[in-house]
Design a protein around this ligand. Structure first.
Ligand code: NAD
Length: 346
């Protein structure tokens, strides 16, 4: 039997899109076929979103993409005003981003291992990546401690994640973290299924020992994201993977329509995914199909079929090196949502 250090040796490094200018490569994809041309179209649509001064960009995230080295891509998007709101799974924001902000790492591994030995050593595996389960437990407990420190009431996940940002700031964290950068830039992060990750383990510890406790109100999340849509008016979606974040962000158009009578569909939409449409499920449903539901406008929408560790850095590098973000300003929706909390949309 090996010991833990045998497996947890080489950390996963995050790709720095600022160092890699892929503009010429992507421009040449325009004259090819299949997913190369689709990716070119998606890059041009994202560039257009950033040039459109009336458009707010909503990024949706699913899959294990931060543990795979894509965290810095999102940090760069936040820091350079290339995104105005994020909707994500909890695994990405808590188990992966917050986890690394606490000083822990993901490690290069392999699927060809003895999983029984890993289990005995408290090492979790995500395909070819390893995580120290004991460190993950510290992440769970830290979420519980943040909850213990807050006045007991229902919170949107956005409010709770802001508190996690405040916690990292107070600790003087130097981490390159999506939570921390978003907290500083006023970019709201919504995690509609907040308990379905490390946060859930922390929150059950908090709730089981406190009769009056913090709870997460997912309807409040939906109302906040809907209010954001109404404030923004024109919106574009950049979606990585599918799942709950994709649906939540698309559904705000219908929600806004229910609360008022005049609301625009998402003007731009791109999705990078491995899912296709044949099973009828949400993750692979096309953006053209979303038009039939009144969620996404047609003309500036593009699906790209490919794995995100390859397609996402290409997309964001193209947009970064185009410089289209340079004229964009911070929208600071998180602060606006907190300030106008009493506002009932009519
Ligand atoms: N993934 C994890 O390691 C993990 C860990 C703890 C908790 N969870 C929880 O499980 C739930 C499901 O989350 P999930 O993140 O596994 O997503 P998911 O399985 O719901 O992903 C949705 C879809 O996104 C697409 N997708 C995922 N990864 C992709 C990639 N690399 N490239 C292209 N497309 C991709 C696939 O079509 C997938 O069906 C969430 O609530 C999450 O918090 C996940």
């Amino acid at each position: 039997m090996h010991d833990k250090s045998y497996y947890l040796k080489t950390p996963v490094m995050h790709i720095d899109i600022k160092k890699h200018n892929v503009s010429k490569l992507i421009d040449d994809f325009a004259n090819m076929s299949f997913q190369a041309r689709n990716l070119y179209r998606a890059c041009k649509i994202y560039e257009q979103m950033l040039k459109d001064k009336d458009c707010s960009v909503i990024l949706t995230l699913a899959g294990s993409i931060f543990s795979a080295g894509l965290k810095e891509v999102v940090v760069d998007m936040v820091e350079n005003n290339m995104v105005d709101a994020i909707v994500s799974t909890g695994a990405l924001i808590v188990d992966q981003d917050f986890f690394e902000a606490l000083g822990f790492k993901h490690y290069i591994g392999s699927p060809q291992v003895d999983d029984d030995e890993l289990q005995k050593l408290h090492i979790d595996r995500i395909y070819d990546t390893f995580i120290d389960e004991d460190e993950l437990r510290i992440c769970d407990e830290t979420v519980g401690q943040i909850a213990d420190s807050l006045p007991p009431r229902p919170y949107s996940s956005r409010e709770f994640i802001s508190e996690m940002g405040k916690y990292l700031e107070k600790r003087g964290s130097k981490a390159r973290s999506v939570i921390l950068s978003s907290y500083r830039k006023g970019v709201p992060i919504f995690v509609p299924a907040f308990s379905d990750c490390s946060a859930g383990f922390g929150l059950i510890q908090h709730q089981s020992k406190n009769e009056r406790h913090v709870s997460i109100d997912s309807a409040k999340d939906f109302l906040e994201l809907t209010r954001l849509k109404l404030m923004a008016d024109e919106t574009g979606l950049v979606m990585v993977g599918g799942g709950v974040p994709k649906n939540f962000a698309q559904d705000v158009v219908v929600a806004a329509d229910i609360l008022t009578s005049k609301v625009k569909m998402h003007k731009y939409a791109i999705q990078l995914t491995v899912a296709d449409e044949r099973d009828g499920a949400l993750s692979g449903s096309t953006l053209k199909e979303a038009h039939s539901w009144g969620k996404v406008d047609v003309g500036s929408e593009q699906m790209v079929f490919g794995e995100a560790t390859v397609t996402f850095p290409l997309l964001v590098s193209y947009a970064y090196h185009s410089g289209a973000w340079k004229l964009r300003e911070e929208k600071r929706y998180s602060e606006k949502l907190s300030r106008d909390e009493k506002l009932i949309v009519r």
